[in-house]
Every structure is written in C-alpha cells, then in structure tokens.
Write a protein that binds this ligand. Structure first.
Ligand code: C6P
Length: 419
C-alpha cells in the first residue's frame, strides 16, 4: 500500500513551520525555494534556542556539566544521522558546514594525495558548481583531467562504459535544475569495476528520498543540513572507514590532533581528524533534530507527497503553451522541483513578479552555469517543493504565471518539451 500524507497530517506539518504563517507583500507566503534552503520546524528552532539558553559549551574539551551535555547531544546527533543514511558506524560521519565543504574536504585531502597527471575525474553536465570547481582545482594541482557524462534528450544521463583511466566519479544523486534522479548505485558498480571511487552529492536527494549509503556502495556521500529542515552551516561527509583512515587531515588545529610536539603532530581518530577547531555544535545538534522530524513523518511519505505535487505541477504547467520545462516529464524520474522558462520573459522578471504575489521561487543559473550553457539558455525559473507544500499552492503558481503572461504580454514560444 502506498503511504501518503493525509490532509490532517499536512495541516499539522504546516503548523510546525512558523514562517509559513506569515504574509509577504500582503499575500500568504508560498515557499517554493526549498532547493535553495528549506524552512525549519519549531522543533529545530527550539533546539537552537535551548542549546544557547541552557547548555552552550564547547565539545570534547571541558569536564563541567554544560560541556558534557553539549558533547552528548553533539554525538547523539552523529548517531542519529549515521542511522538515517545507514552508515556502518558514527565515526564514518564527519560534520561539515555543508555539501560544499564536504566536497572540498575530499578534493583537498583524498584527491590531491591520490591523483596524478592523466588520471580522469568523471562528472556530469548537471553538476552544481560545488561538484565542479573543486575538481577543476584538483586538475590544476595534479594534472588530472575532467571528463563529463553526457545527457540524453530527456535530461537523464547517457551512461557510458567507464574509462579505466577514471579514478573518481563525482555525481549528483538529484539535479538541482533538471530534477533528474541519477542511478548512483549502477554508477558506483561501474566505477568500482575499473577501480575508481564514487562521490555522491546528496544535497538534493537526502532531504527527499530514503538514502542507504551502504546499499548504494558510495565511497563518499555528502549533503547539507539546511536543505533538510536543519540549520544553515550544518552538513555531512560520509566516507568508507578505510578511505577516511588513509586520508590526511584537511585542516590543522585543535581537536584533529592526538599529540602536538615542538616539531610535529599526530592525528586524532575518526571522525575528529576531520573536525579541526570548534565545530558547528548547535547546528549539528539541530540537524539531528531535523532528521528526527523527517523520520517521524517518514521519508517514503515525504517522497510520495512530493511526487504527487510534482506530477500535478508538471501537468498544470504544461497546460500553457508558452512554457518550456527542463528535465524528465515523468515525476517518477525526478525530485520535487521544476525548472522552466516562460515565453520570452526573463526568469528574474518572473521571480520578481511572483514575489509580489507572495510566492518565493528562484531564478538564474542555480550555480549550474555549465549546464545552462550546455542547454543553450542563460537562466531558468525554478519552483522547488517540500513536505509542507500543497496542490492549492501549485494552483496559485499556475494562476500567477497566467497573470504574468497578461502583464508582460508574453508570446507563445512552443509546446512544453522534455528538453
Ligand atoms: N544548491 C540551489 O538553490 P551548499 O551550498 O554547500 O549547502 O550546497 C551546495 C549544493 C551542492 N550540490 C547541489 C546539487 C546543490 O543543489 C547545492 C546547493 C542550492 O540549488 C544553492 S546554489
């Protein structure tokens, strides 16, 4: 039986998000910018408040009551998150400030130590700049070469046989523009066949789909807390233990050492070797509470809800001849976001028009400039959904597009196409 959120649950969820109760420009807020950052439930907001009011202290240092409580809650969050992604042990979960920092950690530590001239790093056309620029930097430092997996006409990956020169496949599990959900398990198997590793960017998947890093056989898996109901500056690098153990530290300082002498240092155990300095304590604790919240609702229910909202949005948007939607038109193959262009109206003008109606969407290149260039466009408008969005809000999106058409005097540019 398919589990879905019923109307009562949806209303209860919405009540947990104080920000959704407000009006923007005199209109009820409709928040469709979840791929940029999600809103936070009161449980997470209260956790941050509680930390700073009642047990603010540094972790793994003091022996007083506040320090012990802070350390306990911080490590509890690590346990919760490890279980959530089915990591084999909490030590394989490193807290970072987000996806970007986690990818840079791997690029600076693993890649610089392991790649050499002529080695290949395989990415895709749909990567976010966070999963492109660190590899350009690695290529410049080591002489490695960047290769890209091409796209099919429907915005899915045209998966090639992987070249034996490939040492790393770095791929997003869900595109923040096309919405495409990529077959990372198959890519991991193909990478391993030629002795390459795979790094999976889970920034747009972990908030929305049940993820099992062991079932995927990911070598590295990264994601951001702020896109999954958690605080900003929270995030995770998961890595296979043997890999993390073999890697040099990314940053030097307190916590990451076991001993420091007049001439050198030895490194701490996992995961602390990669958590130099005072970490993002409140944020990581808050992320643990966000994960509790997602698990209480149920990832399968959340995915089903978003699939239904996305399918409805795709159907309603395609009623308009002026629209062009990017990525697969089948909600089963995509996450809960839709990027589009609408006639000849610039996406920034559209986003401004939407804002006046109280609807938050994003416009621009969404930190995926190579993808937009590859598609021959400068920018797209994007509506991205989460567990608290409703069909009525999608109706408002469509009604506002119709209003924008009248306002801007848009002329049809062709039928909605997959690409
Ligand atoms: N995408 C968006 O509006 P950080 O900024 O480190 O939390 O996440 C970076 C990142 C990495 N990979 C993917 C697939 C992403 O979507 C993002 C963030 C936001 O699409 C902000 S640009």
């Amino acid at each position: 039986m398919i589990e879905r959120l019923d109307a009562v649950e949806l209303e209860e969820i919405r009540d947990d998000f104080p920000i959704l109760q407000q009006r923007v420009h005199g209109k009820p807020l409709i928040y469709f910018d979840n791929a940029a950052t999600s809103q936070k439930p009161r449980q997470v907001i209260e956790t941050l408040n509680d930390y700073y009011r009642r047990y603010n202290a540094n972790v793994h240092r003091g022996i007083h009551a506040l320090a012990e409580r802070a350390t306990r809650e911080y490590e509890l969050a690590r346990h919760t998150i490890a279980k959530f992604i089915n990591a084999p042990a909490p030590e394989t979960v490193v807290f970072t400030r987000g996806t970007t920092e986690a990818i840079n950690l791997v690029a600076y530590s693993w890649a610089r130590a392991n790649l050499k001239q002529g080695d290949e790093i395989l990415i895709t056309w749909m990567e976010h700049h966070s999963n492109i620029v660190p590899w350009y930097q690695v290529a410049a430092a080591t002489g490695a070469v960047i290769k890209r997996i091409d796209l099919n006409a429907d915005g899915t990956l045209a998966i090639p046989a992987i070249n034996p020169r490939t040492k790393l496949v770095a791929v997003t599990q869900c595109s923040n523009v096309l919405g495409t959900i990529n077959p990372v398990k198959e890519l991991a198997a193909a990478a391993h066949k030629v002795g390459a590793l795979i790094l999976v960017d889970g920034a747009q998947s972990v908030p929305h789909l049940a993820v099992d890093v062991q079932a995927l056989d990911a070598d590295f898996f990264v994601f951001s807390g702020h896109k999954m109901l958690g605080p900003t500056a929270s995030g995770v690098l998961y890595g296979k233990r043997a890999l993390l153990e073999g890697m040099p530290p990314f940053m030097g300082g307190g916590e990451m050492i076991r001993e420091v002498s007049a001439t050198g240092f030895t490194t701490n155990d996992l995961p602390y070797k990669f958590e130099a300095g005072t970490p993002n304590i409140a944020e990581s604790i808050g992320l643990g509470i966000a994960v509790d919240y997602l698990q209480k609702v149920g990832l399968d229910k959340i995915r089903q809800h978003e699939k239904e909202i996305t399918a409805y949005a795709l159907e309603r948007l395609q009623e308009m001849i002026e629209i062009k939607i990017y990525g697969p038109l089948d909600a089963e193959k995509r996450g809960g976001l839709v990027a589009f262009t609408f006639s000849d109206i610039h996406p920034h003008d559209l986003a401004t028009f939407f804002d006046q109606e109280g609807i938050a969407i994003r416009a621009g290149h969404h930190c995926a400039m190579p993808l937009h260039k590859h598609l021959g466009i400068g920018a797209t408008a994007r509506a991205s959904f989460y567990l608290y969005n409703t069909r009525a809000e999608v109706d408002a999106l469509v009604a506002t597009l119709q209003k924008a058409k009248k306002f801007f005097g848009a002329c049809p540019t062709g039928r909605a196409l997959g690409f």
